[in-house]
Design a protein around this ligand. Structure first.
Ligand SMILES: O=P(O)(O)OC[C@H]1O[C@@H](O)[C@H](O)[C@@H](O)[C@@H]1O
Length: 332
């Protein structure tokens, strides 16, 4: 039977939960604050399938992929990295930092070729998740709080789990942050090209009232229209509602997601990312999402804001070269 490990970072500044499977951040609660990461009401762990919500790592392609100036039709959507077990690095684990590793040795038949006419490249992907703004709680306690989740029930059907919650101090601490950094190194002997995104499902009280600022004047591709026509963000804020928002912005700017319902602003700073993808499926798309209850309108609970390198900004690495895509979330 396959088992799934879920790791907990536990520091004075807050608590984060990350699954080895897909190196998937499932939760971040700053001390004294509320959940920042959205997950659906049902979180299903099943080998070969991706987890819902959280922060999927899209790699080595984004969406259906893109090569030679055209969208491709690769599956699974957003690359295989989010349907693979990543290796948890026990040695570097502390109360406020965890590292996960995926390398070419873990490729499976069907993962290659990842470009139309090239075989899969040798690579090493290292994902560092770090809580900022407070010293760590004892490491032993953090290790002990990891849980093991069997992948199948006795009758062979996938199991579902709830992410555990726990009360935290009521005073928000300064400099509370969660940093996620994906470093990809070309370990092969020929150039390697990849797309990537940190597909962050950010939790909001009601997406219809959420507003994203920091993108005014930026060019974006509108993925809700055929051909992805380029447009310009001519207002100071991106609004959400019953309509779908699905855009690839050409911007490396820091962003703010304003949420009047929860009374907070999520700040998103990033590096190594010339693009930001902004997505919410709207009512029609949201009600057909798997793992959510349509009657509860769960899709209203998130806005996806994704630090990205994709399409014509895909990264090409020379042998031995590395690229780091990172984002830091803070809440005010
Ligand atoms: O695969 P997930 O997590 O359901 O996300 C799908 C969405 O991911 C977004 O990044 C894309 O812009 C959307 O086009 C896509 O529908």
């Amino acid at each position: 039977m396959t088992s799934f490990n879920v790791r907990t970072l536990d520091a004075a500044s807050g608590r984060a939960i990350i699954s080895d499977y897909a190196a998937h951040v499932l939760s971040w609660v700053p001390a004294g604050g509320q959940e920042v990461i959205w997950t659906p009401s049902t979180l299903r762990f099943e080998d070969g399938q991706h987890l819902g919500g959280g922060v999927p790592i899209c790699f080595p392609w984004f969406g259906p992929g893109f090569a030679h100036g055209h969208q491709t039709a690769k599956t699974p959507l957003h690359g295989f990295a989010r349907a693979r077990n990543w290796r948890f690095d026990e040695q570097s684990f502390t109360g406020d930092h965890a590292r996960f590793i995926l390398d070419a040795a873990q490729l499976q038949p069907g993962d290659a070729p990842w470009l139309d006419d090239e075989p899969a490249s040798d690579f090493r992907a290292v994902y560092d998740v770090t809580l900022g703004g407070g010293s760590a709680v004892a490491e032993a306690q953090t290790v002990a709080s990891g849980v093991h989740v069997p992948s199948e029930s006795a009758n062979g059907s996938p199991v579902t789990v709830s992410v555990p919650s726990r009360s935290l101090p009521s005073q928000l601490l300064p400099s509370q942050s969660l940093t996620m950094a994906l470093t990809v190194t070309n370990t092969g002997d020929k150039p390697m090209t990849f797309e990537a995104a940190l597909h962050s499902y950010l939790h909001v009280g009601d997406v219809a009232g959420a507003r994203l600022s920091g993108l005014e004047g930026a060019t974006y591709l509108d993925a809700t229209e055929s051909g992805f026509p380029p447009k310009t963000q001519d207002t100071s804020e991106v609004a959400f509602g019953d309509f779908e928002v699905n855009r690839v912005y050409y911007s490396d700017a820091s962003l703010e997601l304003h949420d009047d319902v929860l009374g907070r602003t999520i700040h998103i700073a990033k590096s190594g990312s010339p693009q930001t993808v902004v997505w919410n499926p709207g009512k029609a798309g949201g009600e057909t999402m798997s793992d959510t209850r349509p009657d509860a309108a769960e899709w209203r609970g998130f806005a996806a804001v994704e630090a990205a390198v994709c399409r014509d900004r895909a990264v090409t690495l020379a042998p031995g070269a590395s690229h780091t895509l990172s984002q830091t979330l803070t809440v005010a």
